[in-house]
Design a protein around this ligand. Structure first.
Ligand SMILES: [Fe+2]
Length: 232
């Protein structure tokens, strides 16, 4: 009997963070205020407001978000368990963190966070019908003819009888409010276009993983405490 192996997966973590009602309310109000005070209408109108480009790139320094980041830490460690990583040998840092706020047809174009190792999206406020998270496959191991998975004309001509996980270049993750999605930062991601968002709020962060000690160890970033800054 023939058999198909699906090797080299992309593993995405999903769980829920249930915040106390008043904490959640405070966080939502805080983010709405950040947007109101910083949105000078300079971004292209179809782009969602993102805190990192409006002076709010260190959300974890805000005390109203303290409990939230403590919860995120637990989920990141659980994600590492999936990869059999010994977290006792590593230090984890939130390097930057920000909120996004989308209204009406605003969206976030596909991008990655290449200066970071792990990233997450948490949905603080999300209603059914708001944009979903899109993940785009850049490795496409199965694409044995160039453009086979992405070509609009191949799609129009129905060369594929059906699209499944083995022949698709992008997927939508059907997230709900309170969901957290954790993924490698190098994963290309964005949000769906042309939907009617109603104050959809997400929080993201970039996480760096640093070796606790560097002796006889290559490829991991050595402890930041050992670095020497230029005098320049
Ligand atoms: Fe992102």
């Amino acid at each position: 009997m023939s058999k198909i192996y699906n090797f080299f997966p992309l593993s995405i973590y999903r769980d829920k963070i249930e915040l106390p009602e008043n904490t959640k309310k405070e966080m939502i109000e805080e983010i709405i205020t950040m947007k109101k005070t910083s949105d000078k209408g300079l971004k292209p109108p179809q782009n969602a407001w993102t805190g990192d480009t409006h002076g709010y790139e260190y959300l974890f320094k805000n005390n109203k978000f303290k409990f939230f980041y403590e919860e995120v830490e637990k989920h990141v460690i659980k994600y590492m368990d999936h990869f059999e990583i010994d977290v006792s040998k590593l230090d984890f840092y939130f390097q930057r963190s920000w909120a996004t706020l989308s209204n009406s047809k605003e969206y976030i174009s596909p991008h990655d966070h290449s200066q970071s190792n792990l990233s997450f999206a948490y949905y603080l406020k999300k209603q059914p019908g708001d944009s979903q998270l899109i993940l785009v496959d850049t490795s496409k191991h199965n694409e044995f003819i160039p453009q086979l998975f992405t070509s609009p004309s191949i799609n129009r001509n129905k060369i594929f009888k059906k699209r499944t996980l083995v022949n698709t270049p992008r997927i939508n993750i059907e997230t709900e409010e309170d969901d957290i999605i954790i993924f490698p930062s190098k994963t290309l991601h964005g949000t769906e276009k042309n939907l009617n968002n109603k104050d959809r709020i997400s929080i993201s962060a970039d996480i760096s993983i640093i070796a606790k000690q560097s002796k006889n160890l290559e490829h991991l970033t050595p402890p930041i405490s050992e670095w020497k800054k230029f005098n320049k």
